[in-house]
Write a protein that binds this ligand. Structure first.
Ligand code: FES
Length: 135
């Protein structure tokens, strides 16, 4: 692999993510500490973020995988109610307005097993080792 090439990690089948529906969580390493990332679908596209609120570094979902508020239009932090635009990760309401979730790069592509979602990790945010992937 070239230095600039990144190892894509398969996250889930594309059909597992529905618009405004439950997200998929994956264990990660961020700056050498344990972390969680999540993936959601919004307006037909898949987005991924570090599961860490921009207000206080807490995970957004109290109920695992529930990142959208009731309208399905915004991601919401369950702790103090910050709401984020799903396509940019920008906080548009709540105590950290204007701040952003840490975005991760994702893509959907066809595989022999069907269409799937992949995470393209970058430098300081990487998938946890395979034996720690349950979260
Ligand atoms: S920790 Fe998310 S809004 Fe306060």
């Amino acid at each position: 692999m070239n230095a600039g090439e990144r190892q894509a990690m398969r996250v889930c089948a594309a059909g597992d993510l529905v618009d405004g529906g439950a997200g998929v969580r994956r264990a990660a390493r961020y700056l050498d500490g344990d972390a969680v990332v999540f993936f959601v679908r919004y307006d037909g596209h898949v987005y991924g973020y570090l599961n860490r609120c921009a207000h206080v570094p807490m995970e957004l979902d109290w109920v695992e995988g529930q990142f959208f508020e009731s309208s399905g239009l915004y991601l919401m932090c369950a702790t103090h109610g910050a709401i984020y635009a799903p396509d940019t990760g920008r906080c548009v309401g709540g105590p950290c307005r204007g701040a952003r979730l840490r975005r991760i790069e994702v893509e959907e592509r066809d595989t022999p097993e069907g269409r799937a979602v992949f995470w393209l990790p970058d430098g300081d945010l990487q998938p946890a080792p395979a034996d720690e992937q349950r979260c």
